[in-house]
Ligand binder design. Structure first.
Ligand code: FES
Length: 156
């Protein structure tokens, strides 16, 4: 508890926005950080004009991971898939008034979860989102087989 979090981080941690799933999402991406073991999944609902109408997330992770997924989903809503690439981990951190250095990777996971969902959307629709790369942390499960893989082993 010695960590200094901004009010915004605390706000998004205690009252996260856009928690949940989107059924038949246009794109869904799941990423994981092998070091801390945290997992983040983002669902995007994208209309025919390529505008993100809705975004939801499920995060099995630390407080900063929850706060950054919350903020990342807030920031991508209303953007086109191309504009959504501007929602970098830095943009998410700025919007949260910063993160302690050891928590920067949590915001990176949020960026990567968005990218994984965009990648899934692009793949399904046969389009190319310029500048988008498939995140290396993509653990490649999508909404049609959710559940099993998200159950984590107990740490003992
Ligand atoms: Fe790994 Fe936060 S500690 S995502």
């Amino acid at each position: 508890m010695a960590m200094n979090y901004s009010d915004k981080v605390m706000e998004h941690f205690t009252n996260p926005q856009n928690v949940g799933e989107i059924e038949n999402a246009s794109g869904c991406g799941t990423v994981g950080n092998a070091v801390c073991g945290d997992i983040m999944r983002v669902y995007l609902d994208i209309d025919d004009n390529g505008v993100i109408q809705d975004a939801k997330f499920k995060t099995f992770g630390c407080g900063a991971a929850i706060a950054t997924s919350s903020m990342a989903t807030v920031l991508v809503k209303g953007k086109t898939v191309q504009e959504a690439l501007e929602v970098t981990n830095k943009a998410v951190m700025d919007a949260l008034d910063g993160l302690p250095p050891v928590k920067v990777h949590c915001s990176l996971l949020a960026e990567e979860a968005i990218h994984a969902a965009l990648w899934d959307y692009a793949e399904k629709h046969g389009i190319v989102i310029e500048g988008l790369e498939k995140p290396v942390t993509d653990i490649g499960e999508h909404d049609h087989h959710h559940g099993v893989e998200l159950v984590e082993d107990e740490d003992d």
